[in-house]
Design a protein around this ligand. Sequence first.
Ligand SMILES: NC(=O)c1ccc[n+]([C@@H]2O[C@H](COP(=O)([O-])OP(=O)(O)OC[C@H]3O[C@@H](n4cnc5c(N)ncnc54)[C@H](OP(=O)(O)O)[C@@H]3O)[C@@H](O)[C@H]2O)c1
Length: 333
Amino acid sequence: MLNTQLRLARRPSGEAVTGDFHISREAVPDPAPGQVVVRAEYISIDPSVRTHLNAGQSYRSMVGIGEVVDVPVAGEVVASASPLFSTGDKVVGPLGTQEYAVSDGANLTKVDLALAPLPVWLGGLGLTGLTAYFGLLEIGKPQPGQTVVVTAASGAVGSVVGQIARIKGARAVGVCGSEEKCRWLTQELGFDAAVNYRSPDLYRDLKEATPDRIDVVFDNVGGPLLDTILRRLAMRGRIIICGATSQYNTADIYGPKNYMVLATLRARMEGFIIYDYEDRFDAVRREMAQWVKDGRLKLRENIVEGSIVDYPQMLHRLYEGENIGKMMMRIRP
Ligand SMILES: NC(=O)c1ccc[n+]([C@@H]2O[C@H](COP(=O)([O-])OP(=O)(O)OC[C@H]3O[C@@H](n4cnc5c(N)ncnc54)[C@H](OP(=O)(O)O)[C@@H]3O)[C@@H](O)[C@H]2O)c1
């Protein structure tokens, strides 16, 4: 059995392109005692991957030159020498851009298909859904009646943020990049309002959508958009820094210029990393699965078909904003 792997060939400058990677093919080894071999079925497509291709330091180790790119994968155990996993088990874990991965099981979560189908474990009940839950409720703490504004609102994290805000009795306003996405948020997901950031008068539209100003900003995008949103902040507003997708492809990062509103409005800006909440993932997955069952939380996977070699192109499509919901690639068997 041959394993096709996508490896980092050089550090990208700007957006990652196909030439920044190379493909290797090697035999899939038999698992050593304690190990399993997992066949990838779905590979997560995440904007933050671009930041892991840089040199330097972050909350996790960067991808080294020549290494497989470390991304979340959902798949099936196809060989097991571990007492903890059987052939046929479905699992998720950071198994990387390769068709087959060998694991000692420590980085794997066994999937309970009774809770949700496999792709959902990469999306709404995976890291992106959990990021929405913990970022909003632990950092933002929206109160009933307050206004929550979320950017990249039709994406994997953002679409869940707005719905959890509604579940908690807050008013949800999404900011995203097309009229079609705005309609999906308000008509399908129940957001109270949605604003297209490509509007010729974004501030006017935002003002109209947030008549009582903004108590909680859940920011996934950063850049000038965050500056515009800060102009609508309410007294004691909270700004959750989840990510900055608009800045990941540039070395010349745009920082907020309107940050002095933090002083005048006694506001707070705070970041977080989802891995700090790992010990609560199981319980929260169950809570969110119940919301799905009750029809209070709608999850959407944007599944594109491809093979490992297509990964850079899929990342490009994500940055083009082609996705609605959680983008992932189903690996052609
Ligand atoms: N803190 C944590 O622990 C943690 C964990 C997971 C994810 N994150 C962060 O959460 C954010 C959202 O991730 P996701 O997986 O849910 O991605 P996503 O929102 O599903 O996909 C990316 C979306 O970002 C928007 N976008 C792309 N380029 C943009 C640009 N230049 N300016 C503005 N918007 C742009 C596009 O939508 P539009 O059409 O609306 O532009 C695109 O659909 C990312 O910043 C990610 O790094 C953080």
